[in-house]
Design a protein around this ligand. Structure first.
Ligand code: ATP
Ligand code: MG
Length: 535
């Protein structure tokens, strides 16, 4: 059980939570939701104890709480299997000390006594099964046995996150706190995680912007709505339904009231100057009583994303001939020919590790292909939104200063206007960039691309941190853009919104499909499991 009592958190003049009290019960699986910047990550950090409330509010949590670490580089020097074992700190410390003693040359009585103690800790923590259990979890998330003793540094980003997830779930924690665990996962791993979490018996709290995932996993939704948290039974869609119903019934009530007020008002105007003053008086009171209930304004906001180009490119944007690239034995793509034409909106799809990012990096010259050529047409200049976008924003500045670097005329007004449309209102502009939430960083990079006005835009998994409103705003922005766009994504909604061409990495090879995603699916039906989940 996790209990939060009267917790308040503010940054400057902005209050994220005001005296929030909420209980999270074992056996329930809570989705923690709210738009970008609502304070989900902050709340979770308060739950784990990483940051303190602003007031004297308290949090109690179980002794063994698994947390998904957000720092993908923290364990680079450790072996993969050890990184998982570290999820049980008591066990890991005991194993480490035992090894140190055993590797020594002399043994004192004291040491023997300590060894005995350590053995019993290891036994209590189920240490003799630990490696087997850790290996099993690693296999579950698609990391094969041969790699378990490699260093974390040798893994690509998406795999590092999987190991961090394994670390969080290792050792049977009583509570599990996961901040956007599916961001770096493909369909298969998400499926594994869903199954795992559904059978998890402790208290689960998971933050996600993935509606499909929340619906599959959650029994409750804890929604951050302005400065409070409201818990709804059911999954994400149930919560949305509930909110809509509550709103519709208030709206209907208000309509009734408005009608009655109009009738009473008419009576009052007609007889105000006449004899019936007491009746007029009572109707005036009645009108006051009927004042419509304020509809809480929705906390959901949509950014306005529009990309312009300084100058259009020629008709032929990018000609790829015989492109081949492999890491290890099997080529990711071989002898690839592509003719990208102006206005193409290309969705690049396929599982983790199939070579989507590699293809993009070969196109922009960040990687040298093994064979083949990439020729960009006249006037084709590209803006690149990389998967590790956090590194693209310097940490020692503010949003407004960062964007000013990309405004050629140095016009503050232009940048301020753009920031407003991208939901950085008021104080948000001068907030240090290192404080930005995941979704806010992502919006900032989009704003940068909007200033740069390239004729080609290249996005690598842009929706990872975005809330649903921002994803659809991005889809709209891309499809309205007159230039050419490449998007690597797992997000079905985004693909449907923007794609005019689908480049699909499949086990049978790369499919270059000229048409919308719906047409693509008609021609290339997905396997059953993928159809019922997400693509
Ligand atoms: N140290 C800080 N100083 C000032 N503001 C901060 C600080 N840390 C967080 N914030 C602000 O608090 C708000 C909530 O941030 P948080 O990271 O909790 O959002 P979130 O709900 O997790 O968003 P996302 O969906 O984008 O991940 C944001 O506006 C963020 O910029
Ligand atoms: Mg967050």
């Amino acid at each position: 059980m996790i209990t939060v009592n009267e917790v308040t958190k503010s940054y400057g003049s902005r209050t994220l939570f005001d005296k929030v009290s909420v209980k999270f019960t074992p056996g329930n699986r809570y989705g923690l939701t709210g738009p970008n910047g609502a304070g989900k990550s902050t709340f979770m950090k308060i739950l784990t104890g990483e940051i303190e409330p602003t007031n004297r509010g308290t949090v109690s949590r179980p002794r063994k709480t698994g947390v998904l670490s957000q720092d993908q580089f923290a364990f680079d020097a450790e072996r993969i299997i050890d990184t998982v074992l570290m999820g049980n700190d008591t066990l890991w410390q005991a194993l480490k000390e035992r090894n140190e003693i055993c590797n020594g040359t002399e043994f004192t009585d004291e040491m023997m006594h300590r060894l005995g103690e350590l053995e019993s800790t290891v036994a209590d923590e189920n240490g003799y099964m630990a490696e087997i259990e850790a290996a099993e979890i690693l296999r579950g998330i698609g990391i094969e046995d041969a790699r378990h003793t490699d260093l974390m540094a040798s893994l690509p980003t998406d795999h590092k996150f999987r190991v961090l997830l394994a670390q969080a779930v290792f050792g049977g924690p009583e509570a599990l706190l996961l901040d956007e665990p599916t961001n770096h996962m493909d369909l298969e791993s998400i499926h594994w995680l869903e199954e795992y979490l559904i059978s998890y018996e402790g208290t689960l709290i998971v933050i996600s912007h993935d509606r499909h995932f929340l619906n599959a996993v959650c029994t409750h939704i804890a929604d951050i709505d302005y400065d409070t948290i409201i818990t709804y039974p059911g999954n994400y869609d149930d919560m949305v339904e509930h909110k809509m119903q509550a709103r519709t019934s208030v709206e209907a009530e208000n309509r009734d009231k408005a009608k009655k007020i109009a009738q009473l008002q008419e009576f009052v105007s007609r007889f105000a100057a006449g004899q019936r003053s007491s009746q007029v008086q009572s109707r005036r009171k009645e009108i006051e009583r009927l004042t419509p209930t304020d509809l809480k304004k929705s906390n959901i906001q949509r950014p306005y994303i529009r990309f312009d180009q300084e100058r259009a490119s020629g008709r032929e944007v990018c000609i790829v001939k015989g492109l081949t690239k492999s890491f290890g034995e099997k080529p990711l793509f071989e002898n690839l020919d592509l003719e990208i034409m102006r206005g193409d909106k290309i969705a690049i799809i396929g599982g983790n590790g199939v070579g989507k990012t590699t293809l993009l990096r070969c196109l922009i010259g960040e990687l040298e292909p093994d064979a083949g050529t990439v020729r960009w047409g006249t006037g084709a200049t590209w803006g690149y939104y990389s998967q590790d976008f956090g590194d693209q924003i310097p940490k020692d500045t503010t949003s407004v200063e960062y964007l000013m670097r990309f405004e050629p005329k140095g016009d503050h007004q232009v940048v301020r206007g753009l920031m407003g449309r991208m939901l950085f209102g008021g104080e948000d502009g001068v907030k240090p960039t290192k404080a930005l939430s995941g979704g806010e960083q992502s919006r900032l990079l989009m704003a940068r691309l909007m200033l740069e006005k390239h004729s080609v835009l290249i996005f690598d998994e842009p929706t990872n941190h975005l809330d649903l409103e921002s994803v659809s705003a991005l889809g709209e922005g891309i499809s309205q853009f007159a230039g050419t766009v490449f998007v690597v994504t797992h997000d079905r909604d985004l693909i449907s919104l923007m794609a005019t061409r689908v480049l699909s990495f499949t086990p049978e090879g790369l499919i270059d499909f000229l048409g919308t995603y719906e047409d693509y699916l008609t021609n290339h039906p997905l396997p059953e499991v993928q159809r019922t989940q997400r693509w």
